[in-house]
Write a protein that binds this ligand. Sequence first.
Ligand code: EPZ
Length: 416
Amino acid sequence: MDKILVEGGCSLNGEVEISGSKNAALPILMSSLLADGWSTYSNVPVLKDIESTSLLLQNLGAEVETDGNTIRINASEVRNHEAPYELVRKMRASVLVLGPLMARLKKARVSLPGGCAIGARPINLHLKGLASLGADIDLKEGYVEASADKLKGADIYFDTITVTGTENLMMAASIAEGVTTLRNTAREPEVIALADVLNEMGANIKGAGTSLITIEGVSALNPVSAEIIPDRIETGTFMIAAALTKGDIQIKNCQPDHLKGVINKIKQTGAVIETGDGRIQVKGVDEILSTDVKTVPYPGFPTDMQAQFMVLMSVAKGLSIISETIFENRFMHVSELKRMGADITLSGNSAMVKGVPGLSGAPVMATDLRASVSLILAGLVANGQTEVSRVYHLDRGYEAIEKKFERLGAYIKRIK
Ligand code: EPZ
């Protein structure tokens, strides 16, 4: 297993280019199942999760051609309706084949994703929505077995805001008969990006980005050529890196509008932030001010930025309360940060972070995608060397991130 070594004490300066968004690419690639013929997707990040998605689509019968950041998919021959456990357990977002398979084949057998490090992560709302559209749902031997004569439009209310739930139902309803109304939907930019691609394919979806989405079913969708939006979480991660290391980073190929909640919070810590067309400049300041943060659905502060922000607060002046309201167990990075000298006390879904003058390097272990990058961030400012193990979590969601940090002046290297 690869490890990443980081020498602390550097400040990051220069330019970094943001890759395509993992969480936009996953549902958009799955939506290729809805059309006959070749679709082309550009600015797709080169990630383990994208590789898993290609494997899964090929397993279903699609042809997939990958050339760097461009992927072409032809779903004309999709006949197999099963997403097996060995593929789904590697990437829970595989559940995003449910909607397209139900729309296209009117049947699906998808392994239940099972929990992951950050929580139980049920898909009950995905299944409830599909049942509303007329699907018969059975849970057998750890698999969801869904079938329908046809899908009919329905009025669906999500008890909890769910990003992939909203995406699955948008895809299923796009070729259902009649009108579907989705209420209390997720408003993430990745939901809007998927709706835009589906509409390009001939769907009739209105309201994506709001809490009320209406979908008028059409008989079929056509192949598409689409570009993946920039990754707002990778963008936020480099913003934190600049503030943390008191550096000056020009972040390019990003979407500042997708980060209003994050920009607002990082400004409160004293960092100087300037945004322009497709770019954000962040200058760190000597004294990092502490501020409280609560993770909430978009457009609030994202849960995927919580671990990174906690590192910044761990070396800020004063006390910060970080509340995680989305996942029940997304503090796995806390024990690792405490081994580096952070002063953090957990109580329920809140972490009380008392800023310390500095962290010290240590061997630490990554537990989930975002936690792994927070340990690298901590290593950048810690005294001495930090060795991060289990970096396969990192490779799932960040394209060549150690190279990007190195180009900004970090002393970082990957050891096999
Ligand atoms: C998406 O996961 C993202 N993944 C996650 O990013 C992100 O953290 C999360 O949204 C929240 O923003 C992708 O887009 C591929 P949810 P998702 O359904 O859709 C509960 C990363 O690091 N819930 O919005 O799985 C659930 O337990 C990943 O890139 C139900 O109870 O998250 C959670 O508490 C991590 N029943 C809350 O809703 C359901 O049927 C939000 O989950 C569905 C969800």
